[in-house]
Ligand binder design. Structure first.
Ligand code: CA
Length: 225
């Protein structure tokens, strides 16, 4: 896996980098938020490990700007803060998971494994995401469920792709909004709900197993039973 480590504490960065390289990962390291943003947009990464407190741009801002540019790279936020609002802010800014400092390197490796596995696609076909009997072909831009082809619009496709890359994970409305309708564009606040409704009609309506779940007051998750 090709990983980007964004951390300005040199000793921690060195330790994290070493342990990741021992696991067989290729690790690029930057120590500044603006550099991180530039680097993540230049290279294809399987995961970004992103510290919150950084020179120039903080980690929240880096994540927000990546998501605003429709970059869906998994992000693991490394934070020294442990308040609920910090965690929500991290997830809302577009992070997929977070780890509170100080953390054990074993726990870091476990999170990295979980996030890279989540993002990984079907073996043998590098362009198909699968949840239960639903498949999303990233090359042909088609969804297939129960052997039936389903036509999706660009926004429906983008929404389904984000949810299928994070199966079982609850995505908040603002996370979905930020990733698909860039956060700086003024959009109807219920646009996510409208598109979830469209998607349900297409991928769930004709099937017994409903994959899109509403998590009341929070957002949506895509999962099989
Ligand atoms: Ca820092």
């Amino acid at each position: 896996m090709h990983l980007l480590l964004v951390e300005d504490e040199r000793r921690l960065a060195t330790a994290v980098r070493r342990v990741l390289e021992e696991e067989g990962h290729v690790v690029d390291w930057v120590d500044d938020g603006a550099d991180a943003l530039a680097q993540a947009q230049t290279e294809e990464y399987d995961l970004v490990l992103l510290d919150v407190m950084l020179p120039s741009l903080d980690g929240y801002e880096v994540a927000r700007r990546l998501r605003a540019k429709s970059n869906t790279v998994p992000i693991l936020m490394l934070t020294a803060r442990d308040g609920v609002s910090d965690r929500v802010q991290g997830l809302d800014s577009g992070a997929d998971d977070y780890l509170v400092k100080p953390f054990a390197l074993a726990e870091l490796l476990a999170r990295v494994r979980a996030l890279t596995r989540r993002a990984k696609m079907l073996p043998g076909d590098s362009s198909v995401l699968k949840v239960s009997d639903l498949e999303l072909d990233l090359k042909t831009r088609e969804a297939i469920r129960g052997g039936k082809r389903i036509e999706l619009t660009a926004k429906e496709f983008a929404l389904l792709e984000v949810m299928m890359r994070h199966p079982g994970q609850v995505m908040t409305r603002s996370q979905l909004l930020d990733r698909i309708w860039s956060y700086d564009v003024l959009t109807e606040s219920n646009i996510v709900d409208i598109y979830i409704h469209y998607l349900r009609n297409k991928i769930d309506r004709d099937f017994d197993e409903k994959l899109i779940r509403t998590v009341r007051g929070v957002g949506y998750a895509l999962r099989s039973v």
